[in-house]
Design a protein around this ligand. Structure first.
Ligand code: NI
Length: 275
């Protein structure tokens, strides 16, 4: 268990270091609210057998995380699951994997060459989630991957570190309403992601989310250093379902929730914030 807490701490420290604007939002909210907790942490991987969700989640599952639901994102060829821990103070883990077979031979070749550089035995260990990518990559290959999948390009540049942390806004006393919270942040000069609207989802699907614009991050590629969009901070607001319990799942472009009795057909939202 201590390794789990070490990993969660390291992710959080590295996330704040790599995204100073997220750190500033966290500091602002902490100053106003006292404490700020996180609803979830989002991870990405690929469906290749060496790094698929089952393989890389093994240490977290051994430390008590349990899969609660799975989701599909057919447009972007992504499959995902969310995991929860008995210790409810720990954030949910939302992890997705890109289905590589849907992409071109050239794309799969580049992806294969990256995955081949991961030291054997590391996936499935705590070290797998280190902040630095476990491979060398050129900006040229990053750009090639990006033409077919922004998701793959992001992982090629940033590795398996979390894409985002999401604030649990339900626990905020003064700024628990997302519209009010967004106004506060904009008033302080923070820039929200407005693609598809500032707030994604609705009380009808029991989840609303907003996110800060991804941090422009310097990445050292093998052929030079470039500024590209990196991690982002998210704000998640959950609503009570008709049975009186708080919705714990996620909303996808066409949701499949195998372990929950949510009406999947009612759910439709851009996948921008979720992955
Ligand atoms: Ni999220």
């Amino acid at each position: 268990m201590s390794q789990l807490y070490t990993l969660l701490d390291r992710w959080w420290v590295d996330f704040r270091k790599g995204n100073p604007s997220a750190d500033a939002v966290y500091q602002l909210l902490s100053a106003i609210e006292g404490t700020v907790a996180h609803d979830h942490i989002a991870l990405r991987t690929f469906d290749h057998h060496t790094v698929d969700i089952d393989t890389v989640m093994a240490p977290l599952v051994a430390a008590g995380y349990v899969c609660q639901a799975e989701y599909v994102f057919p447009k972007t060829h992504v499959y995902s699951r969310h995991y929860e821990h008995d210790d409810v103070t720990l954030p949910k883990v939302f992890i997705s994997q890109l289905e590589g077979s849907h992409f071109s031979q050239a794309f799969q070749g580049h992806l294969g060459r990256l995955l081949n550089q991961i030291p054997e035995g590391v996936p499935g260990q705590w070290d797998f989630f280190a902040t630095a990518p476990p491979w060398e990559i050129s900006f040229a290959v990053y750009e090639i991957l990006k033409q077919e999948s922004e998701y793959a390009a992001w992982v090629s540049a940033f590795g398996f570190q979390p894409t985002h942390f999401a604030v649990q806004t339900n626990l905020l006393v003064r700024y628990g309403d997302l519209t009010t919270l967004n106004s506060l942040l904009k008033g302080h000069g923070f820039i929200l992601n407005t693609v598809g609207g500032e707030i994604q989802g609705s009380p009808k699907v029991f989840l609303e989310q907003s996110s800060l614009k991804a941090a422009e991050t310097k990445v050292e590629f093998s052929d030079g250093t470039y500024l590209i969009p990196g991690t982002f901070y998210e704000l998640a607001k959950r609503y009570l379902m008709p049975d009186g319990t708080l919705f714990k799942g996620f909303v996808t472009e066409s949701a499949v929730t195998l372990f929950q009795n949510t009406d999947a057909s009612a759910l439709s939202v851009d996948s921008r914030n979720t992955l």
